[in-house]
Design a protein around this ligand. Structure first.
Ligand SMILES: Cc1cc2nc3c(=O)[nH]c(=O)nc-3n(C[C@H](O)[C@H](O)[C@H](O)COP(=O)(O)OP(=O)(O)OC[C@H]3O[C@@H](n4cnc5c(N)ncnc54)[C@H](O)[C@@H]3O)c2cc1C
Length: 411
């Protein structure tokens, strides 16, 4: 039983705090909004937090104060598990929070209910900071995890039919999600067929888009297939690496692609051979509107010793040249004349910060989150670097990091 309680009037909250603290122990999880004043003036020190504090002496039911009622549905809705009962209690406008959750929950339930059990996992208002390596980003209205091609295709069809915008997210290691979150569906293919890896008689490796790049490299290596080692330190998934044509140590993803299976704009699952796909520097236009599902990669037969050595070389190189702090990898694409990191360094911007976001001292093309940076701080820093490059060097820096979502919540 999850309870969202809106205290009514400051005087009553103050006078009955202890009794409320006791009564609320009947729930399993409690959220408390700010006081609904009902024409009273505020009493200093009395707020929803007063009741959270009043609960503590009476038991260990978790409780949280949500001062902003207009976004309270995000935390409450995200906390709900299948089978939970949510009760909104209060004489003010707290029922509006319940109504918002119910509207979205009905849609989520319908999506799950129309597919066989276990094919789709989903959550409302999932915080994107939990799914990005930069550790920032507001909530995703519908966080959806399909586990089969069919479930993925169904979700795309369902969302398009209802005008819900769709985003696909892998490991979130090349993403900057704005603080207002993402309206619509965020599809995260994972588990089931998306986590599968296999190898055929030719030594070609088939990987679902939810497979981590490090896992793909170690799987190939364990089967005596070399050439995948450069992926060991890239924290993304196969899907994101296909979209971004990720690369390192002079190799790019599409140098090793044999074919890609994807869901096209009409919801049809197609397979395209490598020579039918145009892949450029950190961009595969074809996968911009289509959704990658699976890919086949080729490497070269090699000894375990050689594979191990290249793996170690890649690790050593990253250790000495990249920051440990949270980041989304390289922020900017390299302009034609000079690598972005060298350009930023040469403008004296290493260490420049906005709030908790800073240009890394280890590598100037990395922006790091030194604590609780917001997406807003990171964006301000990005814009100020772009401005310096434009004004001082006449260079337009284009972001490699994909920036998505809204500054203000739209749902
Ligand atoms: C410490 C660090 C080091 C890095 N080093 C490198 C490096 O050496 N080289 C390099 O190239 N990158 C590097 N990156 C960036 C990033 O890891 C890669 O671009 C990675 O391939 C992104 O994969 P992802 O799963 O995280 O994608 P996400 O960040 O989740 O998504 C990236 C883009 O791909 C799209 N996308 C994701 N999955 C699919 C899909 N199934 N179908 C269609 N579109 C999809 C998303 O919508 C988004 O536009 C680094 C990042 C970090 C944090």
């Amino acid at each position: 039983m999850v309870v969202l309680f809106q205290p009514h009037r400051y005087t009553r909250t103050q006078a009955l705090a202890d009794e409320f603290g006791k009564a609320l122990q009947a729930a399993d999880l409690v959220f408390i909004t700010d006081v609904y004043p009902a024409s009273e003036l505020p009493i200093p020190g009395i707020s929803g937090q007063t009741l959270v504090d009043a609960m503590a002496p009476h038991g260990d039911v978790p409780a949280k104060f949500l001062p902003n009622t207009s976004t309270a549905h995000h935390q409450v809705g995200n906390a709900l598990e299948l089978g939970d009962l949510l009760i909104t209690l209060g004489a003010g406008n707290v029922h509006e929070v319940g109504a918002r959750i119910v509207t979205d929950l009905k849609i989520l339930d319908e999506m799950r209910g129309l597919m066989p059990a276990g094919e789709i996992d989903g959550k409302l208002y999932e915080p994107m900071r939990k799914h990005t390596t930069l550790l920032v980003g507001g909530p995703a209205q519908f966080w959806l995890e399909p586990h089969s091609f069919y479930a993925f295709a169904f979700l795309v069809d369902y969302c398009r039919g209802r005008g819900l915008p769709i985003r696909v997210v892998g490991r979130g290691s090349n993403l900057l999600v704005r603080d207002g979150g993402i309206r619509g569906a965020v599809i995260h293919p994972s588990g089931g067929v998306f986590s599968e890896l296999s190898i055929d008689a030719k030594g070609h490796v088939t990987a679902g888009v939810g497979v981590r790049l490090k896992k793909l490299a170690s799987f190939a290596g364990a089967h005596g297939i070399g050439g995948f080692e450069w992926r060991e330190g890239i924290p993304g998934n196969v899907g994101g690496s296909l979209r971004m044509n990720a690369g390192a140590m002079g190799i790019e993803t599409f140098d090793q692609v044999v074919r890609v299976t994807f869901l096209d704009e009409d919801g049809v699952i197609r397979t395209r051979e490598r020579d039918e796909i145009v892949a450029t520097y950190r961009n595969v236009q074809e996968i911009r509107r289509n959704f990658a599902l699976q890919a086949v990669f080729k490497g070269k037969n090699d000894s375990h010793e050689n594979i191990k050595q290249r793996w170690q070389e890649s690790r050593d190189k990253r250790k000495e040249s990249q920051p440990i702090a949270a980041s989304a990898g390289c922020t900017f694409k390299n302009p034609e004349l000079i690598p972005a990191g060298r350009l930023i360094d040469s403008m004296g911007l290493k260490g420049k910060s906005v709030g908790q976001a800073a240009v890394s001292e280890a590598h100037a093309n990395f922006i790091v989150n030194n604590g609780k940076a917001t997406a807003g701080e990171i964006l301000t820093l990005i814009e100020s670097i772009q401005k310096s490059a434009r004004e001082e060097r006449s260079i337009e820096l284009e972001t490699e990091v994909k920036i998505i979502g809204d500054d203000e919540t739209q749902f």
